[in-house]
Unconditional design. Structure first.
Ligand SMILES: Nc1ncnc2c1ncn2[C@@H]1O[C@H](COP(=O)(O)OP(=O)(O)O)[C@@H](O)[C@H]1O
Ligand SMILES: [Mg+2]
Length: 225
């Protein structure tokens, strides 16, 4: 069974007098363990697609089966739970809480999991160790480099044992050398832990890390190789 099975989805934003067709007739299947690069010009629907994959938004029409579950039938709470259990997000701007230490940032997704603070701390430490930040537990985001902040965000995405990492331009704020380090970390997580990675980028060099490339144009998939 496919991990992600998208069938003919459309997404229309209704702005009163104008309707924006952000996605139209999009179908694709992504299996567990894939590393997919999503490309396409600004406004082509990449982020809308990622938000739907991540259950942050729902399609206007069409079907999305996540690990065999039709997300359309789920309540808000069930959708949030499914998202929490399966999906980690990484963004261009890192999205860390600025007055909060690295380890506390990583613990955040565990707060609702009903575990002891000791357990949360242990899991957060393990996740930070996995991304090479064993000596930075108590640093604040502004005491870390951009690459280190993105590692904290990756640890936060991993701490719940996510099967899927969705990354929207994760190297957009990083220099070339740091971008390569972050991409190598993602490749390692993909190859060694089988984590499915779906990554938006407009940089061809970054897209090369993916084993599959999906290109969007005007809300549709125009290439999938
Ligand atoms: N919340 C929204 N409300 C209205 N229109 C939106 C919204 N989000 C995105 N759009 C529109 O949908 C289209 C696709 O946007 P987006 O998915 O962000 O593209 P990309 O990530 O490829 O730049 C664009 O025309 C954009 O203006
Ligand atoms: Mg975008």
């Amino acid at each position: 069974m496919a991990l992600i099975d998208i069938r003919n989805i459309c997404k229309t934003y209704d702005l009163g007098d104008v309707k924006v067709n952000a996605l139209c007739g999009v179908s694709t299947v992504i299996d567990k363990g894939e590393f997919v690069a999503i490309m396409g010009p600004s406004g082509s629907g990449k982020s809308t697609f990622m938000n739907i994959l991540g259950c942050l938004d729902t399609p206007t029409t069409g079907k999305y089966l996540l690990d065999g579950v039709d997300v359309e039938g789920l309540s808000r709470d069930d959708l949030a739970e499914l998202r929490n259990k399966k999906i980690g997000f990484i963004f261009q701007g890192f999205n860390l809480l600025s007055r909060t230490s690295a380890i506390e940032n990583v613990e955040l997704p565990l707060i609702y999991a009903g575990m002891s603070s000791r357990q949360r701390r242990d899991l957060a430490r393990q996740a930070l160790d996995r991304v090479g930040l064993a000596n930075r537990y108590n640093h604040l985001p502004n005491q870390l480099s951009g690459g280190q902040q993105q590692r904290v965000a990756i640890a936060r995405a991993l701490v719940n044992n996510a099967e899927i990492i969705l990354a929207d331009e994760p190297t957009g704020n990083l220099d070339t050398k740091t971008s390569v380090e972050i991409m190598e970390l993602l490749v390692t997580l993909n190859q060694q832990s089988g984590i499915t990675i779906i990554l938006v980028t407009h940089e061809p060099d970054i897209a090369l890390y993916g084993r599959r490339k999906i290109r969007f144009l005007d809300g549709s998939i125009v290439e999938d190789v």
